[in-house]
Ligand binder design. Structure first.
Ligand code: SAH
Ligand code: SF4
Ligand code: F3S
Length: 483
């Protein structure tokens, strides 16, 4: 790995000098454009969570500033970027298989530059693997790849050999361009990294320590979004509740919610993700007071067993969790609650799993995202010796999904006949006459819609409900909840 270390050494402290490289690459690109008679394309594939989607919007912004145009197929691109995820084995295999398919593209078009970045390639062993087994990949960066693309691309286009570069934990630059996928809804990163080290999780290793953006930068971005007609803003961070701690000014996430809520306009404010140990009453109060905060709270539980929660290093227990839920519901009775659950964590017995089912029956979440524990190299849980056999994990996963589906179905039945306010996303993939959108509580709603609805609020009268969606028709009647 001498290459990686050398490259990393050179880059330390560079975070913000990218504007210079954007200009240098633009010069090369305009020369190429003049020769080829057309603008070069950039194709970006994104794996993983909303954070990666937000980073990809920044990669796209930077690529556009350098003179590339977005294209829909890698075959048409001169620059191909794979923004990868490492949260579970499946995510890594998926990214690797997509990167594998780029081999023939490089063969057809040897001048195309292939970049792999994101959480998977923030790991030294994956960088080595790409170096040895994927010789057609030109540049490999970590999760801060979007911040350094211009420099590395310039070096590669100027004839340097393949570049491998691990993250250096430097300050996140503020002034890089963004190309947002939608105008009416937006990701707004408020912080990067995670300090929590849940024992199963790779994120702190691949995304580094928590770094909060300055409130004034976030507020300026939020104001600009709302001014441009954005109707749904999701604040992003691995644990938004610890927002601001590293700034040392006392400004916290609850204050940020209040300040963004004070921006004038018809928009919804969301956030992802909130760690139960830090979900304070102060935050819940700020949400309850806000007329912008969507009535949805995603509060990942992971397990209902105190023993497993301890082994996961989650730093809350069943009782704390249930207290938090009770307070959220006391202040916002109409709120939709969702959660993440991992089954098959090392040492999870039938009784531990029963505790998880029990808490799910008590809380009655609107929806949960269930995951089978996936050992991640370098995390403490991967080396625990009491791993749960594959078939037990599968059985528990199925039992969990069955229980939750029944609960989601029952909860959604309550919407039958009511009018909900939906932010329309556009036609459904399977039936183009049905348009889909989301309620304040993040429920998916389908109705016969039209092009003009996209990006606007529409009232829909619910006629039929299922576990994962509500169905209805547009109505002039007011919604029960005007959020
Ligand atoms: N920061 C967020 C989410 C991070 S990853 C949080 O703390 O909630 C999203 C979800 O993936 C986690 O909530 C967890 O349920 C799941 N997850 C993370 N690591 C995993 C692993 N090794 N195996 C299975 N699921 C995992
Ligand atoms: Fe992973 Fe835990 Fe951080 Fe979430 S809070 S990203 S689960 S370490
Ligand atoms: Fe995946 Fe990285 Fe997100 S590991 S889930 S893309 S933070």
């Amino acid at each position: 790995m001498s290459d990686t270390r050398e490259t990393r050494g050179e880059l330390v402290g560079d975070g913000c000098g990218q504007q210079h490289y954007i200009s240098l690459v633009s010069e090369i690109i305009s020369q190429q454009t003049a020769e080829a008679g057309r603008l070069p394309g950039v194709y970006i594939m994104t794996f993983g969570c909303q954070q990666n989607e937000a980073d990809s919007e920044r990669l796209a912004g930077v690529a556009e500033a350098m003179g590339y145009v977005m294209v829909d197929r890698p075959e048409e691109a001169s620059l191909i970027i794979a923004n990868t995820c490492a949260v579970r084995e499946h995510a890594e295999q998926k990214a690797l298989s997509h990167i594998g398919r780029l081999k023939h593209i490089k063969k057809e078009n040897p001048a195309a530059v292939i970049v792999a970045c994101g959480c998977m390639t923030a790991q030294e062993h994956r960088q080595n693997e790409l170096k040895q087994r994927y010789p057609y990949v030109d540049i490999v960066l970590g999760s801060s790849g979007w911040q350094r693309l211009p420099e590395l691309l310039y070096r590669r286009l100027s004839g340097e050999r393949r570049l491998f570069c691990l993250d250096d934990g430097g300050a996140v630059p503020e002034n890089l361009p963004v190309r947002r996928e939608f105008s009416y809804k937006a990701w707004l990163p408020v912080m990067y990294g995670c300090d929590n080290y849940c024992s199963y999780c790779i994120v702190p290793y691949v995304r580094g320590r928590e770094q909060s953006r300055r409130p004034e930068d976030i507020l300026a971005e939020a104001r600009e979004l709302v001014g441009n007609g954005c109707r749904d803003i999701t604040l992003l961070g691995q644990n938004v509740n610890s927002y601001g701690r590293d700034l040392g000014t006392g400004y916290d996430f609850a204050q940020l919610i209040s300040d963004i809520s004070a921006i004038e306009g018809d928009f919804r404010l969301r956030f992802m993700t909130s760690h139960p140990k830090d979900a304070t009453r102060r935050l819940v109060d700020a949400l309850a007071k806000s007329d912008k905060a969507a009535r949805h709270f995603h509060l990942p539980l992971q397990s209902g067993s105190d023993k497993i929660l301890k082994a996961m290093n989650r730093r809350y227990n069943r009782a704390n969790y249930l207290d938090t839920v009770a307070y959220i519901r006391e202040r916002m009775p109409d709120i939709a609650l969702t959660s993440d659950i991992i089954v098959g964590f090392p040492g999870e017995t039938d009784e531990d799993f029963e505790d998880t089912l029990d808490i799910i029956r008590r809380v009655r979440f609107d929806m949960i995202f269930s995951f089978v524990f996936s050992p991640r190299r370098g995390t403490p849980a991967a080396d625990m010796d009491n791993q749960v056999p594959g078939e037990v994990k599968t059985q528990r996963y199925l039992a969990l999904v069955e229980l939750q589906n029944a609960i989601s179905e029952e909860i959604n039945k309550r919407f039958q006949g009511s009018v909900v306010r939906v932010l329309c996303d556009g036609p459904s993939k399977t039936d183009k006459s049905m348009y889909g959108g989301r309620t304040s509580g993040n429920k998916i709603v389908y109705y016969p819609g039209e092009q003009a609805d996209i990006g606007n609020f529409v009232n829909v009268k619910v006629e039929r409900t299922e576990a994962f969606a509500l169905y209805g028709t547009k109505t002039g009647e007011p919604a029960a909840d005007n959020r």
